[in-house]
Design a protein around this ligand. Structure first.
Ligand code: ZN
Length: 535
């Protein structure tokens, strides 16, 4: 008994840190919590990668260089892999993060920080939303904007008119409160109701409330095709008036008769920047958008529910009128039929999923004419409609926008649940697609530039201090990927597939993806407005 107790005492003394010895676990005396060893470090600044070790302690990067493995409690062997900052996705609709805190679609493509509240739509009470995530942290870091549509709807409902003085004052105070509660800026969605009813003076007024406390202005612009230049001018004007930073959301050219207009759009951004206006943009790496079949019909056709819709579609004279208007809506964009539209999900007849409307018309109507396509669309709308994919952007525009040094990579996605609906594949694949398709296969941009666009570029524009670069003292948000394998597996037909070739993801020093599998760790932090800094 006595001898046994003595042995126990010796062990206790050693593990207490008096001496290093064979009884001491590495964790208790290791200098670093984790070392990512032997990977090619691409630090996020755009500099060329080189082989180094990255040491992490207490959630931060402690050292980068040659680090003896004996100093690490845990080692990840990254030989042959790239070690980069975790990706920062500044354009998301992840307002549902608290309900899906694993955020697996983001985490599995290397994303470690997201910004919600985009396109004018956010939590109305940002303080409550952020408190919920502080209480129950997610796997990734979170920041939010306050949305104009949310604020306007709370004060004015869906009124199509300028605000009265008292209404503007109330909207200002809602924006101010959201900023005081930690929002990082103010967003608009000017193609949506009710934001579309707002004129420039209202937007500038509210953006200034956010700007006065260091808030960025982000905009889903009024138009992304036929009137792209006017929309960009309106967005830049906000930055010119407030003196603060501006982000053009999901920059694209969505009308075939405007393909090539990205050149002018980017030139306008460059000209504004030369004048000292801090305007940048983000994009997703796909030439197709996703939406409902219904939006191809005039909006009045969709009013009043399915019975009303059916009545209109089944009245021959009304249907003739609808077809004329559908053709006109297409012609405005330089389109002559629905061949650009592909069925993603049509529940009554899944055999048409994946077919273009031209192919659907051939199969169901025996003709591929525009008229037959409209008839097929009419039948499908009568049966409840379909989820569609619209291929209306060009590779040239997407490539040109991606090559611009001030454009970040962002997904435009919410937090997804496997098997739920038919979302756009960008929510699972965007970052991996850039690294696979745009860097490795098509050489549109270099690997270092792609990583910069996903890390230091958005971090600096959104003022996320201490993130977005691999350097000592920075938060240990890290993605480890295989540059020869990284790829998006999600397709428009089968979007619920995680990105591949990203074996490790680390958030605030904690491993959230290990050997390609997500752990249960929830180390995400709330990132709030740096000027007001409420905890
Ligand atoms: Zn948007």
């Amino acid at each position: 008994m006595r001898i046994l107790r003595l042995v126990a005492c010796v062990a206790a003394c050693v593990t207490g840190g008096l001496a290093a010895g064979p009884l001491t676990s590495a964790k208790q005396t290791a200098r670093y919590d984790l070392v990512i060893a032997g990977g090619t470090v691409v630090d996020g600044t755009g500099s060329a990668g080189s082989i180094k070790d990255v040491a992490i302690r207490d959630g931060r990067i402690a050292a980068i260089g040659r680090i003896p493995r004996s100093q690490a409690a845990q080692v990840i062997d990254a030989a042959g892999l790239v070690v980069s900052p975790g990706f920062i996705d500044v354009h998301t609709h992840a307002d549902n993060l608290v309900e899906r805190p694993a955020a697996s679609n983001f985490v599995r493509m290397g994303v470690t920080t997201i910004v919600a509240g985009n396109c004018g739509s956010s939590a109305l009470d940002v303080g409550v939303a952020l408190a919920a995530l502080r209480e129950n942290p997610a796997a990734i870091n979170f920041a939010t904007l306050v949305g104009h549509n949310t604020v306007r709807a709370a004060v004015m409902g869906s009124e199509n008119r300028p605000p009265k003085a008292g209404e503007l004052t109330r909207m200002r105070s809602l924006v101010w409160k959201a900023m005081a509660d930690g929002a990082v800026g103010f967003s608009t969605g000017l193609q949506y109701v009710p934001g579309t009813y707002a004129k420039a003076p209202e937007i500038i007024d509210l953006a200034r409330v956010a700007a006065n406390v260091g808030g960025i202005y982000t905009s889903h612009m009024r138009n992304e095709g036929t009137e792209l230049e006017q929309a960009i001018a309106e967005t830049i004007r906000v930055g010119e008036s407030t003196g603060e930073r501006v982000e053009i959301s999901h920059l694209k050219v969505d009308s075939p008769n405007r393909w090539g207009a990205s050149e002018k759009a980017l030139a306008m951004i460059d000209a504004a920047r030369r004048k000292g206006i801090a305007v940048k943009a983000d994009q997703y790496a796909y030439t197709a958008a996703s939406s409902s079949l219904g939006i191809r019909f005039p909006s009045w056709v969709l009013e009043g529910g399915q019975a009303k819709i059916a009545e209109r579609l089944n009245t021959p004279a009304t249907w003739e009128k609808i077809k004329v208007e559908m053709a006109a809506l297409l012609a405005e964009r330089g389109l002559r039929d629905l061949s650009f539209a592909v069925v993603a999900l049509y529940k009554p007849d899944p055999s048409v999923n994946g077919l273009s409307m031209l192919q659907v018309a051939q199969r169901r109507k025996g003709s591929d004419s525009a008229d037959a396509q409209f008839e097929a669309a009419r039948e499908m709308l009568l049966e409840g409609g379909a989820s569609m994919v619209y291929h209306f952007m060009s590779d040239d525009d997407v490539d040109r926008i991606m090559k611009h040094p001030e454009v970040s990579i962002a997904s435009d996605s919410s937090v997804l649940a496997v098997g739920d609906g038919v979302p756009h594949p960008r929510g699972y694949g965007n970052n991996a697609r850039v690294l696979g398709t745009y860097v490795r296969v098509r050489h549109v941009i270099s690997l270092e530039e792609a990583v910069r666009k996903m890390t230091s570029l958005p971090a600096a524009h959104f003022r996320f201090a201490g993130r977005g670069v691999l350097a000592a003292g920075y938060a240990a948000d890290i993605a480890v990927f295989d540059p020869s394998r990284v790829a998006d597996a999600a397709t428009f037909d089968a979007p619920h597939a995680y990105a591949t070739g990203i074996p490790y993801v680390i958030v605030n020093g904690v491993v959230v993806v290990k050997n390609g599998t997500q752990t249960n760790a929830r180390p995400g932090q709330v990132i709030s407005n740096s000027l007001l800094q409420r905890k």
